[in-house]
Design a protein around this ligand. Structure first.
Ligand code: ZN
Length: 185
């Protein structure tokens, strides 16, 4: 089932999300719906708060980057209750976008290498190091479950420049070819 993606301005996107337990109801269906929703919107990642659930769960599918980054093309992973336990290296810029903020892309600085502890869909506890574009997507999705959006990494000047566009998104005044829910429409 394709779920509506919450747009910038929705209060759920500002929430620090909570861990879930193995008996979280219909978790498999929720994860399947999130993959269907992300695919339909041609996203490379989707976090549960973006579909209205303030829980620590996100999915990543790096195949959208196969032209630029062929070695990451088959990376698909579900992250449950993830914790970034380490970030290292010299910050680099990458032009990020977000399904909740359509039409806006901005360079964001982040460290290149991370170590993440998470449960996969079989509730196996995994500790893994990632770098480059996959680390970047994970950091972006991880921000979502901390209640943070990529535009909050921008300078106050750049955010002020975007204010009008962000208000338009909140009001639904934006062209988008996937299902969204706008807080002020
Ligand atoms: Zn996002």
């Amino acid at each position: 089932m394709i779920l509506p993606i919450l747009a910038y301005g929705d209060p759920v996107l500002k929430k620090k999300c909570t861990d879930i337990t193995k008996d979280y109801s219909n978790l498999n269906k929720l994860i399947n719906d999130m993959y269907a929703t992300m695919d339909k919107a041609h996203g490379v990642g989707l976090a549960a708060p973006q579909i209205g659930k303030p829980i620590r769960l996100f999915i990543v599918d790096a195949s959208g980057f196969e032209d630029e980054y062929p070695d990451t093309a088959d990376f698909v992973q579900t992250f449950i209750n993830p914790v970034i336990i380490e970030e290292s290296g010299t910050e680099w810029a990458f032009n990020e976008g977000c399904l909740s903020i359509p039409g806006i892309r901005e360079d964001v600085m982040r460290k290149p290498t991370i170590v993440v502890q998470y449960f996969d869909e079989d509730w196996e506890l995994i500790e893994e190091e990632f770098d480059g574009i996959i680390a970047r997507i994970i950091q972006h999705e991880y921000d979502h479950i901390e209640g943070k959006l990529f535009v909050e990494h921008l300078s106050s000047f750049n955010r002020t420049m975007l204010r009008g566009k962000l208000n338009d998104i909140t009001a639904g005044k934006v062209e988008v070819n996937y299902r969204m829910k706008f807080p002020k429409k």
